[in-house]
Design a protein around this ligand. Structure first.
Ligand code: ARG
Length: 464
């Protein structure tokens, strides 16, 4: 256990072993070590720049910190629970390496502003990586869109066949969701990228520090204006987990569709061997484990968002140890979203094939062209509601006769309404039904082709 106590000479005894381990965060906040070192290097450099310590002292602190970075990267720095957290572990190791000058590093700083700086540096990096993964996902969606402009798929409302649409249009709907995710993370990054360092424990410091200097060195866009807010704000974490939850909502909805599409009932896609798994007992099965896992993992990200909100709601200013609990939520949220984005991209790229001929055939075997019959009449001056009622009747009698609308003879059409001409057959053919919905944002092929060009352009500009 702790041979050496952590705290000032106010303390005589050492912590109860169970409490020491209860209190510790080193087993998860070691994840922050590179950011902690980077933050400490900027702090050490500021301490010399402002004359709080000498240049030589600062240089040896920085050399020592860089050595710890190398030790960590080579797998030779593995502090145990006795160090409580990553900040103490680094400071102790630093003092071993550079001697007593190591004890000067913490001048004009607290772990409270230090940990706040670390977690922001970490999240800022992760947001960049997640945005990159979103672009990859969008690329996969777009490439399906490009190959399936003229592949038709039933469009649903209430999970009832409504109107046929271009499969590309369906893919581009997810592209748009991903686009908002990408933008949203950009906005959140701006609010994450503010530096709390120099807020001290809560009230600032008696030393003549230069907060703008450290912030600039660490490439933050600004500094917290209020030290109490600086050490206790976790809005950015909540915003991030909210954005992460929305990404998961989008991934989960797509997953649910893929699961349905792969079923015997739909048969819209087949899963390739690279992303499907078998059953240990039923030899005929091919299971969509990947989208199921994505759908399943969505819950834990929602849970982290809820956890973070509850964590914050009762905290009096300023820092409270409760805040140590933010890290596992953030880390797991980050890891889960990254893993799911990656898995979905692979699934789209090589895990599924759309059964285009079956899709094109199936849209001709239902009544999802009924609106087009009503539109046909309305375009010829019959009030839409009247046309709508009339077509409802046609659907009913056709159903009873076991016929589809395309099976009605011209005489039958004319009997229903004299306005019908032989071009009704063209008007209700699935391809035409889709092509005709050429309103802005609609599924008409022309519109979809324009949307693909726009999506390609915006994706190209998204790449940093
Ligand atoms: N491990 C702590 C955390 O993650 C570091 C800050 C501790 N500050 C303190 N006053 N006990 O929040």
């Amino acid at each position: 256990m702790t041979e050496k106590k952590t705290w000032s000479d106010r303390f005589e005894g050492s912590l109860h072993p169970a409490i020491a381990s209860f209190n510790a965060s080193i087993h998860f906040d070691i994840e922050l070590i590179e950011y902690d070192l980077t933050g400490s290097i900027a702090h050490a450099s500021m301490l010399a720049k402002t004359g709080i310590i000498s240049q030589e002292e600062s240089n040896s602190l920085i050399t020592g910190l860089e050595q710890i970075r190398q030790e960590y990267r080579q797998g030779n720095f593995n502090p145990g629970i006795e160090f409580e957290d990553v900040h103490f572990a680094v400071e102790r190791r630093l003092t071993e390496i550079v001697g007593d000058v190591g004890k000067k590093l913490h001048t004009a700083r607290s772990r409270n502003d230090q940990v706040g700086t670390d977690i922001r540096l970490y999240l800022r990096d992760q947001i960049d990586q997640i945005r990159e993964l979103i672009c990859q996902w969008q690329k996969a969606l777009l490439s399906h869109a490009e190959s399936h402009v003229e592949t038709l798929i039933p469009g649903y409302t209430h999970l009832q066949r409504a109107q046929p649409i271009s499969l590309a249009h369906h893919m581009l709907a997810y592209f748009q969701m991903a686009q908002r995710d990408w933008q949203r993370l950009g906005e959140i990054k701006a609010r994450t990228n503010i530096c709390p360092l120099g807020s001290g424990a809560l009230a600032g410091t008696t030393f003549p520090i230069d907060r703008h200097y450290t912030a600039e060195k660490l490439e933050f866009a600004g500094v917290y204006e209020n030290s109490l807010d600086g050490v206790s704000d976790r809005d950015f974490a909540i915003e991030f987990l909210n954005a992460a939850s929305l990404i998961m909502v989008h991934l989960s909805r797509l997953s649910e569709e893929i699961i349905l599409w792969a079923s015997e009932e739909f048969k819209f896609v087949s899963l390739t061997d690279s992303c499907a798994t078998g059953s240990s007992i039923m030899p005929q099965k091919k299971n969509p484990d990947v989208p199921e896992l994505i759908r399943g993992k969505t819950g834990r990200v929602f849970g982290h968002l809820q956890g973070m909100l509850v964590l914050m709601k009762g905290l009096p200013l300023a820092y409270n140890k409760d805040l140590q609990e933010d890290k596992e939520a953030i880390f797991d949220g980050v890891k889960t979203v990254k893993a799911c984005l990656e898995a979905m991209t692979i699934l789209l790229d090589e895990g599924l094939e759309f059964r285009a001929s079956r899709l094109n055939q199936t849209v001709g075997e239902d009544f999802s062209n009924a609106t087009d019959v009503a539109d046909y009449l309305a375009a010829r001056g019959i009030p839409f509601r009247e046309a709508y009622n009339l077509v409802g009747k046609v659907v009913k009698t056709s159903l009873a006769a076991g016929k589809l609308l395309k099976d009605l003879t011209l005489e039958e059409w004319k009997e229903l309404h004299p306005a019908f001409e032989s071009d009704i057959y063209d008007a209700i053919a699935p391809k035409q039904v889709v092509a005709a919905r050429n309103s802005y944002g609609g599924t008409g092929f022309e519109r979809v082709n324009q949307a693909i060009v726009a999506a390609r352009e915006s994706l190209n500009s998204q790449y940093p």
